[in-house]
Design a protein around this ligand. Structure first.
Ligand SMILES: [Zn+2]
Length: 404
């Protein structure tokens, strides 16, 4: 039996079909689509282009008291590249496939990460506008570019802009992923990405000699120490509960990703460098950890270069009694979801919102999915998508109705 396709699914598929894929995302077409949606639904809209060709589309659901801080629902419009030959379906055809139990899967790049969330915001707005309800606070939905390439021309500059300040955001909802089990994971903090290179300079000479003070002798203690850190963090992770993705945010991961140096086998190299991908858990003090790495370099007479350095989180920790958190929990319980707090193991744009001093929670209410973000044959389950529309409708009403 083929169930005819709900209009909300068709609109989601239309969004997935727009090839906002790196390295040449079609942001123009995406902006056109989002504005057309906004006009159909009856939302205010604005496009901010701080960097040419990198539009931030802002949709607005007006509240009755615009003097109160607004609610932000953020999602990114870009998606990561595909290996087309590894896909069973065209990654940009948004193919709807019926499965055994009569449910459907929607295949496509960005279905999970994170066009489904953007579509759910739009569908919730549509329901709210159709109902004629008006809430207290303004609600904005931002559709931002370039999250998958570190947001350098996306949320990073936008979160520091006057246009962002003008929105007067009081609380943010941001990226989460579909859950792999029955729980709904939500994120109030995340790890900090820290790509760092240590470079040593030393004496050179003939490969047959015991040259002293070589570059590699200076670099090795750093490699050894960081690999030891990796080992201790991994054993800690195993104690917490295996190496399940959702527990990884509680520890700092370390990977030696690049080793460079040497000209030929019989020449002792004058320089040698080691690059690490470190993901710092928010359970550690960020400034202290940066200092630890700098001291490690200095102690071993090496140069240190941070390829990217995050600002500390300026927002207060979200407590259980936070009125917005209370509403998130109530919405979950009303919709039969079991919310479980986790530290986000990867980086999302929520960090820029938090760096601006605004509390933000990453969430996705869809459960029982295979984790396929950035993977081949990425898909979402249609029934979970449809079930999640009333969740967001309810969540928006609750958050926008929090008094003062
Ligand atoms: Zn994402």
């Amino acid at each position: 039996m083929t169930i005819s396709e709900p209009a909300s699914v068709t609109r989601f598929r239309d969004y997935v079909k727009i090839e906002t894929v790196h390295p040449t995302p079609d942001y123009a077409k995406c902006t056109e689509f989002l504005i057309a949606q906004a006009e159909e639904i009856g939302l205010g809209h604005q496009v901010v282009e701080l960097v040419k060709g990198k539009p931030v589309v802002i949709l607005k659901l007006e509240g009755s008291d615009p003097s109160l801080p607004a609610i932000l629902l953020n999602s990114h419009t870009d998606v990561v590249p595909v290996y087309r030959e590894k896909w069973d379906y065209d990654p940009f055809a948004a193919t709807r496939v019926e499965v055994e139990n009569g449910d459907h899967r929607i295949y496509g790049r960005g279905t999970q990460d994170m066009k489904v969330t953007g579509s759910l915001y739009l569908e919730a707005f549509r329901q709210i506008k159709a109902s004629g309800k008006k809430f207290l606070r303004n609600v904005y939905s931002t559709f931002v570019p370039d999250e998958e390439i570190y947001s350098i021309e996306g949320m990073m500059p936008f979160s520091k802009s006057q246009e962002f300040k003008d929105l007067n955001i009081g609380f943010g909802i941001d990226e989460g992923g579909p859950s792999i089990n029955e729980n709904t994971y939500y994120f109030t903090s995340e790890r900090t990405t820290c790509p760092v290179t240590f470079t040593a300079h030393g004496n050179t000479g003939h490969g047959s000699q015991f040259i002293e003070g070589t570059a590699i002798e200076k670099l090795l203690p750093i490699i050894n120490e960081l690999m030891l850190l990796r080992e201790t963090q991994l054993s800690k992770l195993k104690k917490i509960g295996g190496i399940m993705l959702f527990n990884q945010g509680q520890v700092t991961s370390v990977n030696l990703t690049m080793l460079e140096g040497g000209k030929q086998p019989n020449v002792v190299p004058a320089t040698f460098s080691a690059t690490f991908d470190i993901r710092i858990t928010p359970l550690l003090d960020l400034a202290e950890f940066y200092k630890y790495l700098e001291d490690l370099a200095e102690k071993n007479e090496c140069d240190i270069e941070f390829h990217y350095r995050d600002e500390p989180n300026k927002s207060l920790k979200i407590t259980e009694t936070n009125p917005f958190m209370v509403e998130i929990k109530s919405a979950c319980s009303k919709h039969g979801l079991n919310p479980v707090e986790m530290v986000m193991p990867a980086a999302t744009d929520a960090r820029f919102v938090r760096q601006a001093g605004i509390q933000a929670v990453g969430i996705n209410p869809m459960i029982n999915h295979k984790l396929l973000a950035h993977d081949h044959n990425e898909y979402i389950i249609e029934s979970e998508y449809i079930k999640s529309i009333p969740f967001y409708t309810d969540l928006i009403e609750r958050l926008a109705s929090v008094p003062n």
